[in-house]
Each structure stands twice: as structure tokens, then as C-alpha cells.
Ligand binder design. Structure first.
Ligand code: SAH
Length: 446
């Protein structure tokens, strides 16, 4: 095979690479748009995939834009930055439609993806590795599949406050001689810096993830950070001395403030601690949850289930429309947060249970409970068979399925469609410029 081919991009993979065909071969190529012809350099061949890069564009799509970010191609986090935003939204809609058709044998019109007016600076959470090379502190994103750090001054999808906090933290570490962690030698202090921002309260949290329990000039660092950033309401130190890719360790203590910040979603207040799962795009979370609740057409007498409830977000927001909410979630701390969140909002009709969602639903089905609406918001792997069987037994009037993975959504809907009509499928763009897509699907009992 030639090292170079001339080919045309005919379609996309799920992660936004172009599928390029030409000279009898198929190559997967990043940063190319459907319809574009290019000279492609083949850089890697394995059994099932040939990867290439664009050497020269021969024709250019009208949907091509110059990425705003200087490190877009090196960092790889934003795989769609070369596409106009309307084309990104269409790519996501098509992907959902295709998964439903191919995997679930469901042929349905998928609504146009709900996008953002300003698809930048949306992330309310940032977690950035700090490293040390030849005595110099660096921070940045890990280049895809490596631990090579790609430095940045501004990341266009996170808040400007996070950019500033990272820069000032690095300067202060240099000034106070606080070392960054060296992965090879497994020595040094600061491994990651996390920033979380409550966009409606303008409260920020800094988490310093350290290799050691104490470190020199810690008090000074905290004092200077607070002086530089009045919106920082709490600073937490999390200790992680394991040789691991997991960012946060078990143990942590609060260096300043209460150890959590607060934020609102659709008027309901939530406490967010360093470890809480909390959607990262606050304005689109409101779009997503509003759509989910609108689809459910809730009634004041309803008993609803919020499965995979995290810190209780969907259930608590829906609680004022219904008689009773039951939430289930497997992480103990999240259930403690969910109960707390019910209390601080004075919500009395919500109960939260720590359990495996499938086991909980099997029990409900065995007890023949009368459930009106079920919200499902599982992690990427989707639903267990026993959970699907329980839903089919419980026969709620509506099921609203929120999914971050169109493939498992399609697989699960193929089972549920036995008893349910799929009446609406709505992709929501929670992660502009990346290939990820969130989808909410409405199911009505036949
Ligand atoms: N609905 C929440 C959280 C969704 S993320 C929100 O929108 O904020 C998915 C959640 O499922 C996570 O909180 C995760 O801890 C939980 N989870 C994962 N596996 C589970 C299981 N087997 N049973 C119950 N919850 C589970």
C-alpha cells in the first residue's frame, strides 16, 4: 500500500474522525469534513483500523472553520473544533439517529440537537495535571493516550477564572518553592489542581491534589490564592500518593471555608463537594432537565423514580410537580448529598436510597408498586437486563431515558420498545467541540 493516498471523506466515526475512501482503501482521519478531498498520509495500520493524517486538502468544505484554540490538534480534547458549530450539532443528531437505526432497529426522526448560543467557556469543572520537567513547573492536558502534558494559557471551553487560578497557582508554587509532582521519580507535591465554579452563585472551589500530607508554605499559598480570587469560597487539600490514573484520593481536609460550594439548577440549590458528580455544563443542564421534565408530562398525584440520581438533581427539580419522588444511586456520599439537598430546599416529598439501581427496581417490581414515571440516567454502559425487565413489569405511564452514550441507549430502547412507543428523541449539546452527545428519549406505554 502507498504511504499516501488521495481520498474523499464520506462519513464519520462516533468520535468525529472522518472515514476517508480512495485508491481501494478506507482510512480514519481526524480534522476532516464530509465531502472534502485530501491527500492523506497513512501513519498507522492495525488489523481493523488504518489511521491517517491530512497532508494536503484538495477541496475545502464550506463547514470548515479555523479552530479558535491554538493547541486544538495537539491536545485532541476538542475533536470537532474544525467544524462550524451548526455542522457539529448536525453530526451529533446524525450519530444518534444512526445508532438508533443500526443498533436498535428504530427508525425515528431525531430532533435537531439543542446547542448553545455561545459554545465556549461552558465547563464549570476543570482538573489539570501539574508536572515538573528539569526543575520547571508545567501544567496542561494530557495528549491523547499519553502522559505528555500539552501546556495552555487559555482553554476555551473552561471558565476564564479557572485559567487565571491555574496560572496564579503555578506562579505562587514557583515563588514559594512548592514542587509539582514528577511521575517518573514519584516525587514532589502538587499533582492536580481542580477548580469548580457555581455559575449562579459565583462561588469557586479550589482542590489541591497532593502527593504528601503536608508541604512547605501551604498557609502562604492559601492566603495568596484567597487574596487573588475573592470568589474562591473554599480550598480543599486532597491526598493521593498512589501510582494511579485516578485523580482524587480518599483522604482530604479543608484548608479554607466549608469544603463545598453551592449552585442552582432551575431554581433548586445544590451543595457541591470535591467528589460530587455534577453536570459540567450548567446552562445546558437546565436545557436537558427542562426537556426531560416536559417530556414526562408530570401529574400532581404521580409517584416518580429518579434512577441513577447522583446528588438528587432531576428528582428534586421534578419534586414540585408530583406527589412523591424516590431516588436511587450507588455512591454513598452522593446519597448523603441528595438528602442534604432535599433539606436545604425544604423538599419533603423526596426519599433517597443507596442501592444498585437494578436491584432496587427488581424489588419494586416484586412488590408490585404502582409507579407513574421513571427517569433513567445511567452511566455510559447503560442499563442492566434485570433493570429493563423490572421497568417492563412495573409498566410506568412514561419512561424518560437520559443517555450519554447513543450506542447503549439504542441497545436498551430496542428492548423497551416491546411495551413502549418511542415518541421523541432529543439530543442536547452538553459538550460543544467534543464528540460527546447527551440524548433524552421519551417512551410512552402502548
Ligand atoms: N442523574 C444525575 C447523575 C447521573 S450520572 C445527574 O444528572 O446529575 C450516573 C450516576 O449513576 C452516577 O451518579 C453513578 O454513581 C450512578 N451509578 C452508576 N452505577 C450505578 C448502579 N449500578 N446503581 C445505581 N447508581 C449507579
Amino acid at each position: 500500500m502507498n504511504k499516501f493516498i488521495i481520498g474523499e471523506c464520506v462519513d464519520y466515526t462516533f468520535d468525529g474522525k472522518g472515514i476517508v475512501k480512495g485508491e481501494g482503501v478506507t482510512v480514519f482521519v481526524p480534522n476532516i469534513i464530509r465531502g472534502e478531498k485530501a491527500k492523506i498520509e497513512i501513519i498507522h495500520r492495525s488489523n481493523n483500523q488504518t489511521l491517517g493524517i491530512i497532508k494536503e486538502l484538495i477541496t475545502t468544505s464550506p463547514k470548515r472553520v479555523r479552530p479558535k484554540c491554538k493547541i486544538a490538534s495537539e491536545c485532541g480534547g476538542c475533536a470537532l473544533q474544525h467544524m462550524a458549530y451548526d455542522a457539529q450539532l448536525e453530526f451529533k443528531r446524525e450519530h444518534v439517529k444512526e445508532c438508533l437505526a443500526k443498533i436498535g432497529h428504530i427508525n425515528i426522526d431525531v430532533n435537531p440537537t439543542l446547542g448553545m448560543k455561545e459554545p465556549y467557556n461552558y465547563r464549570n469543572k476543570t482538573q489539570i495535571p501539574f508536572t515538573c520537567k528539569k526543575g520547571k513547573i508545567r501544567y496542561g492536558f494530557y495528549k491523547q493516550d499519553t502522559h505528555d502534558v500539552v501546556s495552555f494559557d487559555k482553554c476555551l471551553i473552561q471558565t476564564e477564572l479557572a485559567d487565571e487560578i491555574l496560572k496564579v497557582t503555578k506562579d505562587l508554587m514557583q515563588k514559594f518553592k512548592i514542587e509539582a509532582y514528577d511521575e517518573d521519580k514519584r516525587k514532589g507535591v502538587i499533582r492536580h489542581v481542580l477548580v469548580r465554579v457555581g455559575v449562579h452563585t459565583n462561588e469557586a472551589m479550589i482542590v489541591l491534589v497532593t502527593n504528601t500530607e503536608t508541604f512547605p508554605n501551604r498557609k502562604l499559598l492559601v492566603k495568596e490564592l484567597l487574596k487573588a480570587f475573592p470568589s474562591v469560597k473554599t480550598i480543599v487539600q486532597n491526598i493521593n500518593h498512589r501510582d494511579t490514573n485516578v485523580i482524587l484520593g480518599e483522604k482530604e481536609f479543608t484548608l479554607f471555608g466549608k469544603g463545598y460550594i453551592e449552585d442552582y439548577i432551575l431554581g433548586v440549590k445544590f451543595k457541591i463537594s470535591s467528589k460530587s458528580f455534577y453536570q459540567v455544563n450548567p446552562s445546558q443542564t437546565e436545557v436537558l432537565y427542562s426537556k426531560a421534565i416536559e417530556m414526562a408530562k408530570l401529574d400532581k398525584d404521580d409517584l416518580i423514580i429518579d434512577t441513577y440520581c447522583g446528588i438528587g438533581t432531576i428528582g428534586l427539580i421534578a419534586s414540585k410537580h408530583v406527589n412523591r419522588v424516590l431516588g436511587v444511586e450507588i455512591v454513598k456520599e452522593a446519597i448523603v448529598d441528595a438528602k442534604n439537598n432535599a433539606n436545604i430546599n425544604d423538599i419533603k416529598n423526596a426519599t433517597f436510597v443507596c442501592d444498585d439501581a437494578a436491584r432496587f427496581m427488581v424489588d419494586l417490581a416484586m412488590a408490585n408498586e404502582k409507579i407513574d414515571v421513571i427517569f433513567l440516567d445511567p452511566p455510559r454502559k447503560g442499563l442492566d437486563n434485570s433493570l429493563i425487565e423490572s421497568v417492563l413489569k412495573l409498566r410506568p405511564r412514561k419512561v424518560v431515558y437520559i443517555s450519554c452514550n447513543p450506542s447503549t441507549l439504542a441497545r436498551d430502547l430496542a428492548y423497551l420498545k416491546e411495551l413502549y412507543n418511542i415518541t421523541e428523541v432529543q439530543p442536547v449539546d452538553m459538550f460543544p467541540h467534543t464528540y460527546h452527545v447527551e440524548t433524552v428519549a421519551c417512551l410512552e406505554l402502548k
